[in-house]
Ligand binder design. Structure first.
Ligand code: SIN
Ligand code: MN
Length: 292
């Protein structure tokens, strides 16, 4: 799947593209049905909400669950990013965010690249998020919010927030958010939140400033995020465990477009649990580690 010239221009201007109903209900169901078993596991890769047992984020399902392994090689998600970068990509991060009914907590305003730079030493912003909704998303169940055009500011000052939620993040302070929203149009388009049926896809720039509120509704808002990085732009240190920031920089080999509905062989190297090496971390640059 290639982007049109108009989509490229819109992406450059707004920092995101929205594709409502990009995957069929049948395709989406193969993923949604696999989530409860994944969330039930007591593994390090399931991060639970601060004050409840609900899963906030599951990491690396493309390495331990068959339907998600296929999604991690799906051309409808990955080709547009390869097209924009004009380069092959590898999987930097793979997450299934719960945002469960009544329990899903906030994500503070942030840029993903802020974390990838500060924690993982990813050299440039040549990395992209592609999200797919596994539930219908509306104004009630904590939709993602974007500040359109904020990606054009590059890397913005951020503070390491270790307390607000159960997941550490480099977040942007309220004064800067106020300015960015004002410049993007204030109440007239300064914040947008793409909403649509399960199976919808969002592609967004790694510097686009985004957040989401809590989910006080009785409707889950499960969504999958593939963070794809240009192979030449791979991370330069392993400060975070491997299930959060991956260390296999091999270009993703795409499956056919019908892969969610047909059997295709996929590797599941972590299906029996996390290997101990995936928990090892280091502050050394990886080139120095290689020389040791
Ligand atoms: C994220 O920013 O990585 C997740 C936000 C969300 O799922 O609402
Ligand atoms: Mn994010």
């Amino acid at each position: 799947m290639k982007l049109t010239e108009a989509q490229r221009l819109q992406f450059e201007q707004d920092g995101y593209l929205f594709f409502p109903g990009h995957f069929s209900p049948e395709e989406t169901r193969t993923l949604t049905d696999a989530v409860p078993d994944i969330y039930a596991k007591r593994e390090a890769w399931n991060i639970r909400e601060k004050d409840s047992d609900a899963v906030r984020t599951n990491f690396a399902a493309h390495l331990h669950s068959e339907p998600f392994a296929k999604l991690g090689r799906h051309p409808r998600m990955i080709e547009p990013v390869m097209d924009l970068f004009d380069e092959e990509v590898y999987m930097h991060q793979f997450k299934i965010n719960g945002k469960m009914a009544f329990e899903g907590d906030v994500w503070q305003w942030h840029q993903d690249y802020g974390t990838w730079l500060n924690d993982d030493q990813m050299p440039t912003e040549r990395a992209m998020n592609v999200a797919i909704f596994l539930d219908d998303v509306d104004e009630f169940n904590g939709p993602l919010m974007f500040i359109p055009g904020s990606h054009r500011k590059g890397v913005i000052d951020a503070q390491h927030d270790l307390t607000t939620t159960s997941y550490p993040l480099w977040t942007v302070n309220n004064d800067l958010i106020r300015q960015l929203v004002d410049r993007a149009g204030g109440r007239n388009g300064g914040i947008v939140s793409p909403k649509g049926p399960a199976g919808s896809m969002i592609l967004f720039h790694s510097c686009l400033v985004h957040a989401s509120g809590s989910n006080l509704s009785p409707f889950n808002r499960v969504a999958v995020y593939l963070s794809l990085c240009a192979v030449s732009n791979h991370i330069r240190r392993y400060k975070r465990p491997e299930y959060i920031a991956h260390r296999d920089f091999t270009p993703i080999a795409l499956l056919p477009d019908d892969c969610l509905l047909k059997p295709y062989a996929v590797d599941l190297p972590w299906k029996d649990g996390l290997p101990p090496s995936a928990l090892e971390t280091s502050l050394e640059p990886i080139t120095a580690m290689a020389e040791d």
